[in-house]
Design a protein around this ligand. Structure first.
Ligand code: PLP
Length: 384
């Protein structure tokens, strides 16, 4: 059996090696390292793939979130509601801009932000909601967009983990994750579903005026050379990363399909196992069907409900199976984000999830032998 990896970037590279090597060689020869033609071409190709009017490439997914909030002209003291159970980048940029992060609980089965908790947290100071499409599946966007409209709030989608996922609304309209709110952001960190070979990110919007504002902000607030109209930042996707992404974008659906395929095999092996809860996919599908395209499985995350999670992590590492706990500590209990407004009673789900979740190896190169070994090792230990 091949050695099991949490993510296998090398296998993916080998499949596109010639194209990537020749693009990179070409960039080295022309030396257009910044703002080369690949950046512009990638931008257009991603706009077409996502069905969104504007893609603004930038330096990474954290910058993308920050710049999105700057573009919306959120002001110090404005409250921004986001999920307690996510990567820290989401809350970090809110705090950095001196906005007030308001963390709320998530749903126990999808791990995504709980709409009723958002509603309870809205005050006269609330200006935006940041749903995070965690682990590769959209939050409940129908309800979030409706709530935002009712209260006149911006919706900023943190789509770092769900690029390529589809969302089907109640009215049947199908849209790509990250393109439904006022603005969306993503990351091209190497281990994300569409990863480059360094850092990269992008912002998406259908709003022409906002897109114009964002293009200036990523470039030192410049709309005309050496005229700085607003305080901006320097955040760029470089040409080499854009070339890598251009080689990978046409394969993104295939990559997502391979991940779903692995998830389906995991689901089938774990189905009905006591003490093991498989991830739930929404949009009316059980996650075991062949046609589901609502989940791109950035992570495949189980809940271990008999208090054996920590011992399982240890056991898997002894058996040569890498795994991860995303996330082990709720954000509202992180030192940097402590706030008197939080009450433990308001976070029952996150507080439980941090004790139960475990993410198994998930990438495009997993084979059946590896999946069988992983599932039988997990089941043997948890129910043993
Ligand atoms: C990875 C990630 C980010 C940050 O992306 P970087 O490119 O590493 O800055 C933000 N939000 C979420 C949910 C992520 O998973």
């Amino acid at each position: 059996m091949k050695k099991i990896q949490m993510v296998d970037l090398k296998g993916q590279y080998h499949a596109i090696k010639e194209e990537v090597n020749s693009s990179i060689a070409n960039i080295l020869e022309t030396s257009a390292f910044i703002n080369g033609s690949d950046v512009k071409e990638f931008q257009k190709e991603l706009e077409a793939y996502l069905g969104v009017k504007h893609v603004i490439p930038c330096g990474n997914g954290t910058d993308a979130l920050q710049i999105a909030m700057m573009g919306l002209e959120l002001k110090p003291g404005d409250e921004v509601i986001t999920a307690d159970f996510t990567f820290a980048a989401t809350v970090e940029v809110i705090a950095l801009l001196q906005l007030v992060p308001v963390l709320v609980d998530v749903e126990p089965d999808t791990f995504n932000i709980d709409v009723s908790a958002i509603e309870k947290a809205i005050t006269s100071k609330t200006k935006a909601i940041v749903p995070v499409h965690l682990f590769g599946q959209c939050a409940n966007m129908d309800a979030i967009l409706e709530l935002a409209k009712k209260h006149n709030l911006y919706v900023i989608e943190d789509n770092a983990q769900a690029i390529g996922a589809n969302h089907t609304s109640k009215n049947g309209k199908k849209q790509k994750a990250g393109t439904m709110g006022h603005v969306g952001s993503t990351s091209f960190f190497p281990s994300k579903n569409l990863g480059c070979y360094g850092d990269g990110g992008a912002i998406f919007t259908n709003d022409d005026e906002l897109a114009h504002a964002l293009r200036g902000i990523v470039n030192h607030g410049m709309y005309e050379r050496y005229h700085h109209d607003v305080v901006g930042v320097n955040s760029r996707l470089d040409s080499i990363q854009a070339a890598v992404l251009r080689a990978k974008l046409p394969k993104l659906d295939e990559y997502c399909g391979a991940r779903r395929n692995a998830a389906r095999k995991y689901n089938m092996a774990f189905a009905g196992q006591e003490n093991i809860v498989i991830p739930k996919t929404v949009n009316g599908c059980s996650g075991i069907c062949d046609t589901c395209d609502c989940h791109v499985f950035h992570q495949y995350t189980l809940k271990i409900t008999n208090e054996k999670r920590d011992k399982l992590v240890q056991h898997l590492s002894e058996k040569g199976i890498p795994c991860g706990v995303y996330y082990p500590i709720p954000l509202h209990r992180q030192k940097a984000y402590l706030d008197d407004r939080y009450n433990e009673k308001d976070f029952p789900v996150t507080n439980q999830l941090v004790k139960e979740v475990i993410s198994l190896p998930m990438h495009t190169e997993l084979d059946d032998e590896q999946i069988n070994y992983i599932t039988s090792t997990v089941i043997g230990f948890v129910n043993g």
